[in-house]
Design a protein. Sequence first.
Length: 470
Amino acid sequence: MRFSFIAIAALTFLGPVSAQQTVIFTNTTIIDGTGRAPQTHMALIVKDGHILNVTRGKIVVPPGAIQVDMTGKYIMPSIIDCHSHVGNLKGTTTSGDNYTPANVRQQLLRFQNFGVGAILSMGTEQPVGVGLRDSSKAGWINGATMYSAIYGFGVKGAMPPESMGMTHIYRPETPEEAIRMVDELAPLHPDVVKMWVDDFYGQFRKDQVMKPEIYKAIIKEAHAHGIRVAAHLYHLSDAHELVEAGLDIMAHSIRDAEIDDALIAEMKAKHVSYIPTLSLDEFAFAYEDDPEWLKDPRFKASLEPGVYEMITSAAYKDKISKSPVTPQEKAALPTALKNLLKLYRAGILIALGTDAGASPIRAQGFSEHMEMQLMVKAGLTPMEAIRIATYNGALLLQIDKERGTLEPGKKADFLVLDKDPLQDIRNTLSISQVWKDGAKVSDGPLSPNLGYGRSDGPVTPPFIAAALHP
């Protein structure tokens, strides 16, 4: 089917295309996120913000419908990042002072330009973030849909470092304090509860790591409120103890040792999910050299102002080279890759996460595509990586009835790619269009930050009386 000048204009300029219009994408290849083989010469029919049909049959075109010939294009669901951060990053700094509604909105738009349709911000919000999260989920503000752990749980004087903008973190010193703090957080309806159980590459003493009696109290009380718990971790020994205590989500890879069969069996029995955040480990040491993606304009577009100049400077390369934790960070990635493959083959639910936005070097938007590339490097197929990045993320966030795959009845959130990602996973970056709720919202990573929905909507919904905070 050919499309008219009106159709071209509507897809070039966002205004004429409303979510209520029927848009028919014809002659396209559909990668639907389920893991099924790609479907060629298909039509994707969108109306009222949802997918009406995915078909190869004869199409009855309703009056006023926009028809678009997508020959040579590939359509896949929007990416879901189940471990990210927004707001505290600005320029080359991370600080609670950076956390403003404007900064959060700008970063949600950046994620969206890279095809990220939803993020789970892992426990580093400032008070205004409660209303931002709810406004985003209600569709009142632009960009990727924001889910959040709101305020995480750490250790006084240790993880997570306040110097990185982690200022509104609960830091209980007794189980009783932990229970009270969970009870204070629960009315804000965090999408998960986040804990930091880590020594930051050995930079904190063992007595500065969260004690088992504290995290056991957090897990038990969160479960009493019907909220799942995710843990920042590193060590295999901690993973064993956390799973025994009832942990629901490992928010980072186990990186100090190869995971053992006993832990895998317990994870399967207790339905523990795993978010490997492989790109975090790659970013930690990659800039000591000049990785091939360093000059990719899409990578540059994902960075805050000044970050590219910082990471390409001789001083930064020297800093990485001389850092006492660099050898440990370099050793962590191969172990993380090995553990990912082992867990995936064992049937553990793996979801994509990146820790993007927690520091200036973890690029929001580009990281998600690098994460899929690293999954393929670990031994997964491109199709498996895409399923993890789409459907599995929806499963983890418990939004799979409306997001994650291209199926009738689900939200019309998807990417249009110029190149086949199943031939080369790097082609997930060949984004020419991003659609959300049945409306085109971006022309991809190099487009300006195009808007969606009610850009002038209130930050705090009327049903939020106040943004409670610790």
